[in-house]
Design a binder for this molecule. Structure first.
Ligand code: ZN
Ligand code: ZN
Length: 630
């Protein structure tokens, strides 16, 4: 009896093959036109198809590696039909999902690994352990292990050969071996460091980065020397493989560039938060006992990964403007790895070529063949896409791209959790125990979710802020505020968002933030019977809306905190030594408002210490994280 084949659900078959093949094979088998099945003494399943093809599936062989006389090198219809016919013959009844018990791939022995994956894969896996190697495990009915360059899904209990890897080999590879080892160490799930760390080069690079930050903070980001200093620090971090540090410095360099060009993209608050994050990551890598240093620094992230085949379901898009330049970010859900990826594109308009906005901008090509609008509403299957460590996806060399238009809300219905949020309460519990965002992997799609809307409570317009403000409820009645601001780059956004909310909105996508007003989201997309992407829609003239409920009351506490934040932000720009004389007054004000702990820190910064300023940077970022008030 082949329990491994019986345990394969149809969803798992889809992962191993694709939807089309599975549907066709299902029809064939159900109509009685499927193959006849024999099982040899050694457990090999032999299937004879009506079209003459013979398929042999021995034990411990991947579906791709099973021999089929049709000669296809990948999983073909015969192989899928053989599994389905076998299940039918032995009366596998599909269990409702969620009822299967969870199991751990850590139970596989090294002998089993060697038999299925081969000696070469074992040797390659061991070679990885000469350096540090980080794996994140997620238990469940289909346990998943995220490796630096690929993701392994264990599709059927006790069937190593049916573990799917998204590397080009597809399974029975060194990644499956490493994934099993990680599950042995971390059966309960979480991030684990396999192998031995080589801290030498990382330590030296971190010291370089830290001294660069010290130099820049002394003279301020506005100083002309800051650019060279930051670039040099990024190169050091990059060469030492500190991916999150290099990525963070790159963001800071973009801010410095925007400052020099006097661009609207420059954001002094963002600068403080970035420096604070870099300081926090460096400190945590030295002091944290809970998080592996290499996880905090991004040491084991592959800068780029080639995805053999990937299906991208659009979650909507955001357009941005910076003088004559235009940017689009399109967000996608990747079902298999339950991650959110993003595609970025930008254009420079010069001379007679006037900058485009909204609907017109969305007609521009964002990849070699598809417009922003088509991608932003699309369901795309492609080969040879590239994924950067930060979740950015590149379709420049993609092949065999197929796309269809998403049918709106229903396409998001079967997105996996946690991308899909049906209950804000559950989401809150899930996110509460996580490390703070400034120590987590730097992912563009971090925090982007689809929220299922049970009811639109109210829609209003804040004329002063030129902002559409709506309140929606999830199925349990928990509320979330939606905000769509009127911006020149997206002239149709407010009308489109309002229209969608008034006409059967079932889902909203965007970065789900916890603020002092509760949950908030700035819609990237709204699912009605079609998918509405506010930023790329045409404007329509609409009648006036009732004024929105006021959500801008500032109290004494808020004002004092704001003064503190501004103090830090300005010191980042101008260099902290200039601000030492002003510290005692601010410390006194914080004291008076009851923020004496914060006041103490500001007072000790007033003694003129560099580390004291780094403390303030981290505190400023923690305040932001706590209120997350965008
Ligand atoms: Zn075949
Ligand atoms: Zn692999």
């Amino acid at each position: 009896m082949r329990d491994d084949l019986l345990a394969l659900s149809s969803e798992s078959l889809v992962v191993l093959a694709n939807v089309g093949l599975v549907k066709r094979a299902q029809k064939e088998v159900e109509s009685g036109a499927g193959p006849t099945i024999e099982e040899a003494d050694d457990g090999t399943v032999v299937a004879h198809s009506k079209d003459g093809a013979t398929t042999r599936i021995p034990r411990n062989t991947t579906l791709k590696g099973a021999a089929c006389s049709c000669g296809a090198a990948t999983v073909c219809r015969h192989r899928v039909a053989a599994v389905l016919a076998y299940q039918r013959q032995f009366a596998r009844t599909e269990q409702p999902s969620g009822t299967e018990a969870s199991w751990s791939p850590g139970a596989f022995t090294d002998e089993a690994l060697r038999e299925v994956c081969g000696d070469a894969a074992m040797t390659r896996a061991q070679a990885f352990l000469r350096k540090s190697y980080l794996v994140t495990t997620r238990p469940g009915t289909v346990p998943v292990a995220s490796l630096p360059a690929s993701t392994v899904q264990f599709l059927a209990p006790n069937a190593l050969a049916l573990a799917k890897c998204d590397c080009t080999k597809g399974g029975a590879c060194e990644h499956v071996v490493l994934a099993v080892w990680a599950f042995r160490a971390r059966p309960e799930g979480g991030v684990f460091e396999l192998g031995t760390a080589d801290h030498e080069s990382g330590t030296a690079a971190l010291a370089q980065v830290e001294s660069a930050l010290r130099a820049v903070m002394m003279r301020g980001l506005s100083d002309t020397g800051a650019t060279t200093e930051l670039t040099r620090a990024r190169v050091h971090a990059d060469q030492a493989g500190l991916v999150w540090i290099a990525d963070g410095i790159e963001d800071l360099e973009r801010q410095k560039d925007a400052y020099d060009r006097q661009s609207a993209f420059f954001d002094s608050r963002r600068c403080s938060l970035l420096v604070g994050e870099l300081v926090a990551r460096i400190r945590a890598s030295r002091n944290s006992k809970l998080l592996p240093p290499r996880w905090v620094l991004g040491s084991d992230e592959a800068r780029e990964t080639l995805l053999e085949q990937v299906r991208l379901i659009s979650l909507g898009a955001r357009l941005d403007a910076d003088n004559e330049r235009r940017f689009a970010t399109i967000y996608f859900a990747e079902r298999d790895t339950k991650s959110v990826l993003a595609l970025r594109a930008s254009w420079s308009f010069t001379g007679a070529d006037k900058p485009r906005n909204g609907f017109e901008l969305a007609q521009m090509f964002a990849s070699s063949r598809m417009s922003v609008a088509a991608l932003a509403k699309g369901d795309i299957v492609t080969r040879a896409a590239t994924r950067r460590a930060n979740g950015e996806i590149d379709l420049a060399f993609a092949r065999g791209m197929k796309s269809s238009v998403l049918p709106g809300g229903s396409a998001w219905d079967d997105l996996p959790e946690p991308i899909l949020v049906r209950s804000l309460e559950t989401h809150e519990q899930r996110t509460r125990g996580r490390p703070p965002s400034f120590l987590r992997p730097r992912q563009i799609g971090d925090g982007v979710h689809v929220l299922a809307i049970a009811r639109v409570v109210e829609i209003g317009y804040d004329a002063a802020e030129q902002e559409l403000v709506a309140i929606v409820e999830d199925q349990a009645g928990a509320r979330c505020i939606l905000r769509t601001k009127h911006r020149t780059v997206s002239p149709g956004a407010v009308d489109a968002a309002r229209d969608a909310l008034e006409n059967g909105a079932r889902f909203v996508s965007g970065e789900l933030c916890r603020t002092r007003h509760g949950w908030e989201i700035q819609p990237l997309g709204i699912g009605t019977d079609r998918l509405v992407v506010p930023d790329v829609e045409k404007p329509r003239s609409a009648e006036a809306l009732p004024p929105a409920m006021g959500a801008h009351n500032d109290d004494a506490l808020g004002a004092t905190l704001h003064a503190f934040e501004e103090f830090v932000d300005r010191a980042v720009q101008k260099g902290w030594p200039l601000f030492v004389p002003a510290a005692p007054a601010l410390a006194a004000r914080l004291d008076e408002t009851g923020l004496d702990r914060l006041g103490e820190r500001v007072a000790s910064f007033g003694a003129g210490s560099e580390d004291g300023f780094f403390d303030l940077l981290v505190l400023r970022m923690l305040l932001h994280e706590a209120s997350a008030d965008e």
